[in-house]
Design a protein. Sequence first.
Length: 115
Amino acid sequence: MFDFKNVVVFDCLDNYTSRNILYNKIPKDIYFIHAGLDAYIGQVITLLKGKSKNLSEIFAGLNDKKNIPVTPDAVHIISGIMVREYFNILKKEPKLLEKFLIINFEELSLDYLSL
C-alpha cells in the first residue's frame, strides 16, 4: 500500500475537465496546488481535499477554452510559486490554503481572493 504522507498533487493542466477528474481521484487529506494562466493573468491556490471547497464548486460554470495564450515568463513564475507552496506545505505552513494568489503580469500587480 502506498503511503500518502507528504504527497502533494500539482495541477498544471490546461482544462477544467481534466482538473476536475484529477481532483476527484485524489484521496482525502491530500493537498492540491492548482495553478492556471490565461494570457497575462496567473493564479495559484492550495486546497486540502475533504476539508476545502471542492474544485468543481470553485470553478462552477467555467468552460474550457481552446488555445489559451500564455507567456513563458508567466509560466516560470507561476510554477516557481507552486514549488514554494509545496515547501510551505512540508513545513506545515501553507500560505495559499483556500486563498487565490492572482497575478497580472501585464500590469505587474497581484491580489488575493479568499474562499
